[in-house]
Design a protein around this ligand. Sequence first.
Ligand SMILES: NC(=O)c1ccc[n+]([C@@H]2O[C@H](COP(=O)([O-])OP(=O)(O)OC[C@H]3O[C@@H](n4cnc5c(N)ncnc54)[C@H](O)[C@@H]3O)[C@@H](O)[C@H]2O)c1
Length: 257
Amino acid sequence: MDISNGSVLITGGAGGFGGATARRLAKLGAKVVIADLADDRGAALAAELGNGAVYVRTDIMSEEAIINAVKVATDLAPLRAVVIAHGGPPAPDKGGRTVGRDGSRVSLAHFSHIISVYLNSAYLVSSVAAQAMAANEPQADNQRGVIINTASIAGFEGQPGQVAYGAAKGGIISMALNLARDLAPIGVRSMAIAPGTFYTFAYAAMGEEKARETFGPLVLNPKRMGEVDEYAMLAQQIVENDFLNATTIRLDGGQRF
Ligand SMILES: NC(=O)c1ccc[n+]([C@@H]2O[C@H](COP(=O)([O-])OP(=O)(O)OC[C@H]3O[C@@H](n4cnc5c(N)ncnc54)[C@H](O)[C@@H]3O)[C@@H](O)[C@H]2O)c1
């Protein structure tokens, strides 16, 4: 997919994975739309990128906001790629093991919240973006656009206490193939990246040093956390390589929890 005359929408675009990907895709000439709730970081990144990049305040829990973000992108240029890499609001109550040692149970409200943040929103962004891509002029081989979702190695293996997050990310893994099947007739590819542990803003509360000391040794080789540009490199390859479709690529240094 040639995105040089197109637009790209990145949810969580001001975040770790989103920001690194925005920088790479902007260098390919695309007009980047940063959809996020981090106003300062989002606006600063749009200014840094230039070339028509814009920050659009977007809550991924809102269908209206997602439709608006896609419209902002299509108003700039044909939407050629969407990268879905957002976090979301905290759950209303505590997570943990399905049944804890104290006998308490993770609530349905908690489970549903995590599914909404990571899976429902990803379906919504994917489907609204694909609808817009269907109107694009096709490139060679009938290619109109590409969707990149962010799964997690938790969607394959997970860990104790991750039933909701693991189910949401397992849903993303399944969706990569199913979206690809549904969208093939309109020339839209669908892929997912399943990262291991990367240092991003998500670990800021823990502190960088502690996060790297804790998670780096869990990786097989190299023995460190992933760097966000390693995610962005893969996202760029997925955009550019039209034969990548319908699967989830692990990006984890061999980590198996
Ligand atoms: N960092 C990792 O190790 C890792 C591993 C596997 C999967 N992931 C996944 O990668 C994705 C991105 O995470 P990250 O590590 O880059 O985190 P991050 O915190 O760096 O970025 C997430 C971004 O989402 C934004 N955001 C939060 N709530 C939002 C909302 N309601 N609407 C719109 N934007 C919102 C944040 O402002 C932030 O900029 C997530 O889906 C996460 O599950 C991360």
